[in-house]
Each structure stands twice: as C-alpha cells, then as structure tokens.
Design a protein around this ligand. Structure first.
Ligand SMILES: [Zn+2]
Length: 467
C-alpha cells in the first residue's frame, strides 16, 4: 500500500519513496534523560512508532533509531542536586523512559544510540566542519558558522534576522554571528568532559544527533522526525551540520513533526504547573486509555489533554471492549486477524488516525450487530486486526471491565462472593437483602448488569458513577 507523508521540508504531502526499500532509515529525536518525561514527549514515540509499523508492513525493511541524550546541562544539574554521578541519573531515567513507553505499547526501536558513546564521531564531525570552513574554534568552543550555509533557515522557514531576534539564540563575544551555534564547549573540572583538540569539553546538543544519525544510518537518511518544538533550532542546526559535513549531501529526505500537547487549551509548562508526567499517569489510568488519547488527534494538530478527553478515551475503549465481551464465544486466533484495507489506507494517508478510528468504530458496530457465525467471526477478526495494528484491545475483555479507573484489578473473588449471596437472597425472595448487596457493591464502584447471559459486573468509570 502506498504511504503518503507530510514533509515539513516541502510543506506538502508527498508519496514516500525510500532510497532503498531493503534498508529504509528513520531517526527520531529521543529524550534528554534527567527526569521522567511529560506526556507530550511520549507523543512522538507513540506516533512515529506507529509509522515504523506502517513502514515495515508497506514499504520494506526499516532501520529505526531513537537516541538518548545523556550529556546535558540539565542532567549535570540533576546529578549535582542529587549528589550522584551523571550516569546514575541518565541510567535511571533512560530505563524509566523505555519501561513507560513499553507500557504504552510502543515497540522498541532497532537502535538506541547514546550521545556519550559517540564522542569520537562528534569530535571528528567538528574537525571536518572546521577544515571545510563551516565551523571555527574560539575560546575553547567550536561554533558552527551559519553564514557558511546558504540553506540555513529553510526547514523552519525562518530568516536569519528572525532567528537572532528569537530568545533562544545566545549572544556571546566569541561568536562571529549571533546565530552561530555551539558544537563543542569547555567543561570545568566538576563537569563531565572529554579530551578534544580544543581542550577538555563536551558536545553541544545538536551535533549529537547529526553524529549518531550518520554513524548508524548513513549520511543521507529517509525520515527524520520529532516534535514541532524541535524544528528550530535543533533540526535546523542538524540540517546545517550534516549537510556541510557531508559535502552538501541531503541530510534527511522527509522531515516529520508532531504537534504539541495542550492542557485544557493551554500550553503545558512547568511555570503553569500543568505538566503531566507520563510515569504518574500510568499509575492513574489504563495504558490503552493514554495510548488512544495520544493517537486520537491527527499527529500534526495540537492535542488537548484534559479530564474530559481522558474520560472520552476510556468510554470509547469501554465500548470496544464491550463488543469483545459480547463476542467472547467467537474464537479468533492471532493468525486469523485481518486488517481491513480502508483502515490501513487511512493510516497510510499521512497517519490519518481520526479517519482510522472512525473506521474502527464502524468495525466495532459491525461486530456487535453480526448475526450469524461466519459474520461474527469475520467481523471480530477485522476489529482485532485493526485495533492491534494501532496497539489497542490487547487486554482481556473481562479483565478490562474489572479494573478500577487506575487500571488496578479489583478483588474479583470478593465481588463474586457478594454476587453469589445476592443470587441466593433473590432465590429466597429476600429482595431487601439483594438490594443491600447491590448498594454495597455500588459503593465500591462495582456496577451489576443483569443480562440474558446471566449476571455480569464491571467497575464504573468516575463519569458513570457520578452521573
Ligand atoms: Zn535530535
């Protein structure tokens, strides 16, 4: 199936044509590991992880790298505050990043390069850039000479004047042009550092990604992706460094950027106190609720995170799991699952998840309404195939309804004991006692449903129990 992607470089949707289908290359900027990530940083991992699946299914063999930035001033500060070596901080939070994403159903990338393991490549790239006049050393720093690269600003669509006016450009006396950016900087004895031709120091952030992408994926890569907030200066600088270090070769053929998360319509930021930490959200909500919410909006659009969008995601999943529970008697082996063409076509159309989820809702309706055995099997196989492609409906349907809002399991034996007592009371026509048991369960958010198939129960969501 043909894959189409919006390319930030051309600002239009293009057919994706890999350089070599036997080795498609994709690089996604990973986190700086000094703390748990906020949920906005999970969006590129989830969205581009889904893209990796689509590439493998439709385009060829993929080599997907997502880096870890493990040397940075924020890490230094966190290590100093905790009184531990930086490796203690970076190891802890890199592991937490991988564990939390795994809970979100994100497949591990093929390669996870760490910046500190590529210092030699970074120094070599600085030397190449200096030798070709694209960089210069000044006061133990190495700086990229922005005036040496005519294409600077093309990716983000900014003029040099805009960039200098931006608060993120640091003015320093040793810079030839205020827009010149740091490739290497000196380290004092109390900071992590490596020997270099310019003295003991450490890399700037941007050069790390250029060096790691070249080391693992080659000088020209097919896809480079990350959040909108990285477009400038990070990605703009990566383009400049890599293009100039590789004799003008195009760095990345397709640039993809995801939109930012807002919280109740406002930007998430530490100063507003509305930063949602993924690790904490995973303690409060089932992982699939978070995953659905992260995928539900189109990836290029802003995504609003709120109690009500979380409740909507939960209620959508309740509906789909309800169909699976009603069709529990229809056995579908993993090999029998099918992915409907229209569903995958929507995803291959610039990862159009809103269209794909509309189709998924239709598949759930079809499975709910199927009236004969063949239709029931076919429709459940399609529902599961589509949902599994986007990393949803992996839970057992019975278990899904017997978890609390936070995804913790409720004591099923205790519930069953009360249900049995209620049945016995009803059989003895002691309706007052039966009603009392129903109320006791309701106090624990357990809702009883008397159906043709017998008595069922589930844990109500907060929105249900409060309404
Ligand atoms: Zn990067």
């Amino acid at each position: 199936m043909k894959l189409r992607l919006y390319n930030t470089l051309s600002r239009r949707i293009e057919d994706f044509v890999p350089m070599d289908p036997a080795r498609i290359t994709m690089y996604v900027c990973g986190p700086t590991v000094y703390n748990y990530i906020h949920v906005g940083n999970a969006r590129p991992a989830v969205v581009f992880g889904l893209l990796a699946r689509l590439l493998r299914r439709n385009c060829g063999t993929l080599v997907y790298a997502r880096n870890i930035t493990d040397v940075d001033d924020k890490i230094n500060a966190a290590a100093r505050d905790a009184g531990v070596p930086i490796a203690t901080i970076t190891t802890r939070y890199a592991q937490a990043y991988h564990d939390d994403l795994a809970r979100l159903g994100v497949d591990a990338p093929d390669l996870v390069p760490h910046a500190t393991a590529h210092i030699a490549e970074i120094i070599a790239m600085c030397e190449t850039l200096i030798a070709s006049g694209h960089a210069y050393a000044a006061e133990s720093h190495v700086l990229f000479n922005v005036d040496s690269f005519a294409g600077y600003g093309k990716l983000s669509g900014r003029s040099t004047e805009d960039m200098i006016a931006g608060a993120r450009v640091e003015v320093a006396p040793y810079k030839k042009n205020p827009a010149d950016f740091v490739l290497w900087k000196p380290s004092t004895d109390d900071l992590p550092g490596w020997a270099s031709p310019w003295g003991r120091g450490r890399p700037g952030w941007h050069i790390e990604c250029s060096a790691m992408a070249a080391a693992h994926l080659g000088e020209t890569i097919d896809i480079h992706a990350g959040g909108n907030d990285l477009m400038f200066p990070h990605h703009e600088n990566e383009v400049a460094q890599s293009t100039c270090a590789h004799g003008g070769k195009i760095f990345a053929r397709y640039w993809l950027h995801n939109g930012m998360l807002t919280f109740g319509g406002r930007k998430m930021s530490k100063s507003l106190g509305n930063v949602m930490v993924l690790h904490e959200l995973l303690e409060k909500y089932p992982a699939e609720v978070l995953r659905l919410l992260l995928l539900r909006a189109h990836y290029r659009q802003p995504l609003d995170w709120s109690d009500s969008t979380l409740a909507q995601a939960r209620s959508t999943l309740d509906g789909w799991y309800g169909v699976l529970r009603d069709r529990a008697d229809v056995e579908v082996a993993a090999a029998e699952e099918t992915v409907p063409e229209a569903f995958e076509a929507a995803l291959c159309d610039d990862i159009n998840t809103p269209a794909a989820f509309a189709i998924l809702a239709g598949l759930a309706d079809a499975a709910r309404q199927a009236s004969n055995a063949a239709d029931r099997h076919r429709s459940k196989a399609a529902l599961l195939g589509a949902a599994h492609l986007v990393g949803l409906l992996h839970e057992n349907a019975e278990t899904w309804f017997k978890q609390t809002e936070s995804g913790a399991a409720i004591d099923a034996a205790w519930v069953q004991g009360l249900l049995d007592a209620r049945q016995a009371a009803r059989a003895a026509r002691d309706f007052a006692r039966a009603d009392q048991i129903r109320k006791e369960l309701a106090e624990h958010n357990v809702v009883i449903e008397d159906s043709a198939e017998g008595v069922r129960w589930k844990v109500a969501s907060t929105s249900e129990s409060s309404s």
